[in-house]
Design a protein around this ligand. Sequence first.
Ligand code: TRP
Length: 329
Amino acid sequence: MAKKGRVFSGARPTGRQHLGNYLGAIKNYVKLQDDYECVYCIVDVHALTTVETTRDLIQNTYEMAVDWLAAGIRPGDSIVFVQSHVPQVMELHTYLSMVTPLGKLTDLPTFKEKVRDQPDNVNYGLLGYPVLMTADIVLYKSDVVPVGVDQAPHLEFARETVRSFNYRYNTKALIEPQMKNTEIPKVLGIDGVQKMGKSLNNHIELAATPEETRQRVMQMVTDPQRMKRTDPGNPDVCNVFSMHKVFSSAEEVQMINSECRTAGIGCVDCKKRFAENLNKHLEPFRARREEIASKPDTVWDVLHEGGKRARALADETMKEVREAMQLPA
Ligand code: TRP
């Protein structure tokens, strides 16, 4: 079947993935493979811009790749690779930087946020982050980039940068990527308040054992107004209920929705049911994960093979780029 175009997405290597990563990105990556030619990149160079994500890069890259593959990313169809394995991206980043007004970078909300978060480490890479991200996307002539709202300014930046480059060098070498704003649910952590994240330790790992998963689920915060078992609850403000909507059957969701409001079901029972459904849902994932992780070399083989295919695409684009810029051959 003819594909609709090429999708590109990148994610920083954060190690074992959690439910937030799964519902927010991975699930969508898997699905996009049906309609698009997909290029999925573990952006280890971007990870170097912050100190925490610089540690354990190899292990974190490996663990994330295992989760991607176990979740259904198919390396035969898609290109799965590590950013630093394609050095051309650094070259393109430099060329793109020449058409990037400095003020545009300093104005980006993501940059300002980082300046606030890490005042002791406002490095040049942080400023150039969106330029490198643009290079990632255009190096592979990607048509579509699935991103959440937090990345929308970066994608707009990428589009403007492509236009500036093509105009400056009178070329059509670079393709302006479309943003695919997928319905990405904001997955809250077990605290029920903040976005699920490893750094907040409010996450549930996909690779956790059923027992560990159960324990995490039982720690989940429910409707804070519901103090006693006999109090009626409000599922509309309960994070456990939001999760039921994703992982439980329609009948069960309906039952919980009404029984919670009348105190027919308590939070403990509600969470037990969720843990059970989640574990059942993750069973095939865990089996595949175990099988993949029993042969770590094959994971690196996949990434190296992906790198090879990515470099071949990169070489073609860079040839056009250098010609357009009239760099000496
Ligand atoms: N900026 C993205 C993030 O912080 C990661 C990323 C790097 C990316 N390069 C990309 C995303 C290219 C989409 C396309 O999550």
